[in-house]
Design a protein around this ligand. Structure first.
Ligand code: PGA
Length: 254
C-alpha cells in the first residue's frame, strides 16, 4: 500500500506557545499509526526545532518546512536553505504551494530548482499543484495541472520521482470551505497518476502518494480519503484545531 499521509499546513498562524499547545493536544490523543500511515506538521520555520524535539519519541510523525529557497546558500537575506532544514532534522518541505505561486510569483522553473535542492539534501518535497477557478470552469484543469507537473518534475528520473509526495490542491477549494467533490478529487488524482505513469512507468506512478488539499475537515476527510487514488490530505484551516486534525488523521486508509 502507498503511504497514507495527513499533513498539517499551519501557514503563518500561531504564536510559539499556541503552537506548542496545539501539537501537545494532538500528541496527547496517542494515535497509533499503522506502518502505511504518516503524519506531517508543516509548522512555521521558527518552531521547527521545538516541534522536532516534541516528536522525538513518536513513530511516523514528522515535521515539514512550508517553503525553502531556490539557491543552495549565500547572500539571500531572509531566505532559508534546504541545507539548513536538513541540518536540524527536517524530513519534508512543501514546494509550490499555490499561495507561494500567487503571492511570491514562484514559477514552475523555480520550483524545479527547489525540488532538485530538496532531493540532493535528502528532504522529501511535497509538491503542490492545482488549478484556479477560471480554469476549472473552462474545463481545462487536466492540461493545466499536467503542465505544472511536466515543468517542475519531468526532468527527474524514476528513482528521484519516487521520493516525492504530490498534493493536488484546486485553488478554488483552498480556504474557501468549498471542497472538491470526492469524484472531482479522484478523477484528477487518477489523471495525475496516468501522467506520471506515461513518463516514469506504472510501478513508480503507483508508488507515489497523492494528497488532496482544499477545505479538508473532519467531516469530509473519510469520504475523500476512501477514494482509491487519494492518499490522504494536505490540511490548512482544520489543522489548527486539534480535534479536527485528529479526526482527519483517523480517516486515513489503514
Ligand atoms: P485549507 O488549506 O485546508 O485551509 O483549504 C489547504 C492548503 O492550503 O494546504
Amino acid at each position: 500500500m502507498r503511504k497514507q499521509i495527513a499533513a498539517a499546513n499551519w501557514k503563518m498562524n500561531t504564536t510559539f506557545s499556541q503552537a506548542q499547545e496545539l501539537l501537545n493536544n494532538i500528541l496527547n490523543e496517542n494515535i497509533r499509526l499503522t506502518q502505511h500511515q504518516e503524519v506531517i506538521f508543516a509548522v512555521p520555520f521558527p518552531y521547527l526545532i521545538t516541534a522536532n524535539t516534541m516528536l522525538a519519541d513518536t513513530v511516523r510523525f514528522h515535521t515539514s518546512a512550508q517553503n525553502c529557497y531556490s539557491k543552495k546558500s549565500g547572500a539571500f537575506t531572509g531566505e532559508v536553505s534546504v541545507e539548513m532544514l536538513a541540518s536540524i532534522g527536517v524530513h519534508y518541505c512543501i514546494v509550490g504551494h499555490s499561495e507561494r505561486r500567487e503571492y511570491f510569483s514562484e514559477s514552475n522553473e523555480v520550483l524545479a530548482q527547489k525540488i532538485n535542492l530538496c532531493l540532493e539534501a535528502g528532504i522529501t518535497p511535497i509538491f503542490c499543484c492545482g488549478e484556479p477557478l477560471n480554469i476549472r470552469e473552462a474545463g481545462t484543469q487536466d492540461t493545466y495541472v499536467e503542465a505544472q507537473l511536466k515543468e517542475s518534475l519531468f526532468h527527474l528520473d524514476a528513482a528521484q520521482l519516487s521520493r516525492i509526495v504530490i498534493a493536488y490542491e484546486p485553488i478554488w477549494a483552498i480556504g474557501t470551505g468549498k471542497t472538491a467533490t470526492t469524484q472531482q478529487a479522484q478523477d484528477m488524482h487518477a489523471y495525475l497518476r496516468s501522467v506520471l505513469s506515461r513518463q516514469f512507468g506504472d510501478d513508480t506512478a503507483d508508488s507515489i502518494s497523492i494528497l488532496y488539499g482544499g477545505s479538508v475537515k473532519g467531516a469530509n476527510a473519510a469520504e475523500l480519503f476512501a477514494s482509491p487514488d487519494v492518499d490522504g490530505g494536505l490540511v490548512g484551516g482544520a489543522s489548527l484545531n486539534a480535534k479536527e486534525f485528529v479526526t482527519i488523521m483517523q480517516a486515513l486508509k489503514r
